[in-house]
Design a protein around this ligand. Structure first.
Ligand SMILES: C[S@@+](CC[C@H](N)C(=O)[O-])C[C@H]1O[C@@H](n2cnc3c(N)ncnc32)[C@H](O)[C@@H]1O
Length: 205
C-alpha cells in the first residue's frame, strides 16, 4: 500500500475512533486517558491523597486523569520527551534506561509512594520485535524502581506488549508482587499488542 493511502486510512480510522473524539470533547491530551479511567474504575487505586509517579507521561492524558482525582496528594510525571505544563503535576524529563535518572526520581520523593503508573512505549525503530523488547526493558526497569520506592501495599500499573519479553515481565511481576492481574482496557485497540499488568503488594524478596 502506498504511504498516501496508509495515512488516509489512518486519518479516517482516527475520525471514527470514539475515544479519540471523546478526548477532544473532554479536553484530554490523549485517548490513553480513557484506559486509566477504566482501570481505576475497576481497581480503585487512585485516591484523593495518593502520592503517584507517572512514567512515560507525555503528552499528559494519564497525568490529567490523576490530577482530577488527587486533591491532597502529589504527582510526579516523567518522560524522555518534554511535557507541556499541567496544573498540580511536577514534571522531570529523563530516560528510564538511565540509572542516574532513576536515582533522581528516588531522591525527588525522599519517601515511599503509593502508586506508580507506566504507559511507556519505546520509540519505534521500524523493527516491531525490537520495539516490543525495548518497551519490555523499560517495564523491567520501572519494576526495579517500584521495588525501591513503592510502599509495601502500593500499586504498580504497567503497559507491556505481547511478544518475546512478555513472559519475562510477567515472571518478574509475580516474583515482586503479591497480586498480578492482566487487563486489556476497552480503550486499548484490539489490533494493539498492548496489555496492562495491575500489580499490588510488594513481596519480601
Ligand atoms: C503511549 S505514550 C504515553 C501516553 C501517556 N500515558 C498519556 O496518557 O498521554 C508513551 C511515552 O513513553 C515515553 N518513553 C519512551 N521511551 C522512554 C524512556 N526511555 N524513558 C522515559 N519515557 C519514555 C515516550 O516518550 C512517550 O511519551
Amino acid at each position: 500500500m502506498s504511504k498516501n493511502k496508509i495515512s488516509k486510512n489512518w486519518l479516517s480510522e482516527r475520525k471514527r475512533d470514539f475515544y479519540f473524539n471523546q478526548s477532544k470533547i473532554q479536553g484530554y491530551r490523549s485517548r490513553a486517558a480513557y484506559k486509566l479511567i477504566e482501570m481505576n474504575d475497576k481497581f480503585k487505586f487512585i485516591k484523593k491523597d495518593t502520592c503517584l509517579l507517572d512514567l512515560g507521561s507525555c503528552p499528559g492524558g494519564w497525568s490529567q486523569v490523576a490530577a482530577k482525582l488527587i486533591t491532597k496528594g502529589e504527582i510526579l510525571a516523567t518522560d524522555i520527551k518534554n511535557m507541556e505544563k499541567l496544573n498540580k503535576v511536577t514534571f522531570i524529563r529523563g530516560d528510564m534506561n538511565d540509572k542516574e535518572f532513576c536515582e533522581k526520581i528516588y531522591k525527588y520523593f525522599n519517601k515511599k509512594v503509593d502508586v506508580i503508573i507506566s504507559d511507556m512505549a519505546a520509540n519505534t525503530t521500524g523493527n516491531k520485535d525490537l520495539d516490543v523488547y525495548r518497551t519490555g526493558e523499560l517495564c523491567l526497569n520501572s519494576m526495579d524502581l517500584s521495588k525501591k520506592i513503592l510502599k509495601r501495599d502500593g500499586v504498580f500499573l504497567t503497559k507491556v506488549f505481547m511478544g518475546s519479553v512478555f513472559e519475562e515481565v510477567h515472571e518478574k511481576a509475580k516474583k515482586y508482587f503479591n497480586k498480578v492481574i492482566k487487563y486489556k482496557p476497552l480503550a486499548s485497540k484490539s489490533s494493539s499488542k498492548e496489555i496492562y499488568f495491575f500489580c499490588k503488594g510488594l513481596l519480601n524478596i
